[in-house]
Design a protein around this ligand. Structure first.
Ligand SMILES: CC(C)(COP(=O)(O)OP(=O)(O)OC[C@H]1O[C@@H](n2cnc3c(N)ncnc32)[C@H](O)[C@@H]1OP(=O)(O)O)[C@@H](O)C(=O)NCCC(=O)NCCS
Length: 163
C-alpha cells in the first residue's frame, strides 16, 4: 500500500509519531515547569471560580481531602506548572498561554492508583500539546504551611493524554 492511500487518521498518527521521534532525537523536546502558590490567594470557597478552573472529579477529590484549600491550591499550582512545562519544550516557539486569568479547567489532575497525580488534558490544551509534540506530562505537588508548590515535566512519546 502506498503512503497516500492510507486512512487520513492513520497518516496523521504516523506524522505525529515521526515528529515526536525526530524531536526526541534532536533534543530540546523535554519541558520543565514549576509554580509556588500562596494558599490564601486561591478562591476555593467561590463555586464560580472552582467551576471555571476545576472539573467535577477534581472538585470532589479536593473537597474530600484532609485540607481542601491546600489541595485546590496545589492543583492550581500544578496546572500552572503544566502550562510552563509545555511552553518550555520550545522556548522560542509559539506562546499558547492565554494570560493569568484564563481558565485552567482543560488541564485536569487526578490521583492515579498509587496516589501520584496524573495529568489528563482536554480541548484546546490537548490540541496544543499535540501540536508541540508532547505525549505525556508528569507533575508532583507539595503542601507546606501557607504555600503549595508543583513541578511538571513534559515528555515526548508515552501514552495519549485523552485516555
Ligand atoms: C505564564 C503563567 C503560567 C505565569 O504564571 P504566574 O503565576 O503569573 O507567574 P509566576 O510568578 O509563577 O512565574 C513567573 C515566571 O514564569 C515564566 N514564564 C512567563 N511566561 C511563560 C510562558 N509562556 N511559559 C513558561 N514560563 C513562562 C517566566 O520565567 C517568569 O519569570 P521571569 O519573568 O522572571 O522570567 C501564567 O501567566 C499563565 O499564562 N497561565 C496559564 C493561563 C492559560 O493559558 N490557561 C489556559 C490553559 S488550558
Amino acid at each position: 500500500m502506498s503512503a497516500d492511500s492510507r486512512d487520513p487518521r492513520e497518516k496523521e498518527e504516523m506524522r505525529r509519531a515521526l515528529e515526536t521521534s525526530f524531536a526526541a532525537v534532536a533534543g530540546g523536546s523535554v519541558g520543565v515547569g514549576v509554580d509556588v502558590q500562596l494558599i490564601s490567594e486561591i478562591h476555593s470557597d467561590n463555586p464560580n471560580f472552582l467551576e471555571r478552573n476545576f472539573t467535577p472529579a477534581e472538585i470532589a477529590y479536593c473537597r474530600a481531602a484532609p485540607d481542601p484549600r491546600a489541595s485546590f491550591a496545589g492543583r492550581w499550582a500544578a496546572k500552572e506548572a503544566v502550562v510552563k512545562a509545555k511552553m518550555n519544550v520550545r522556548p522560542q516557539g509559539k506562546n499558547y498561554t492565554r494570560g493569568g486569568g484564563a481558565p485552567l479547567i482543560e488541564i485536569e489532575i487526578l490521583p492515579g492508583s498509587s496516589g501520584a497525580p496524573v495529568v489528563i488534558q482536554h480541548g484546546g490544551a490537548l490540541e496544543n500539546a499535540r501540536e508541540i509534540g508532547i505525549a505525556e506530562i508528569k507533575v508532583s505537588i507539595s503542601h507546606s504551611g501557607d504555600y503549595v508548590a508543583a513541578a511538571a515535566i513534559a515528555l515526548p512519546g508515552g501514552k495519549d493524554f485523552s485516555k
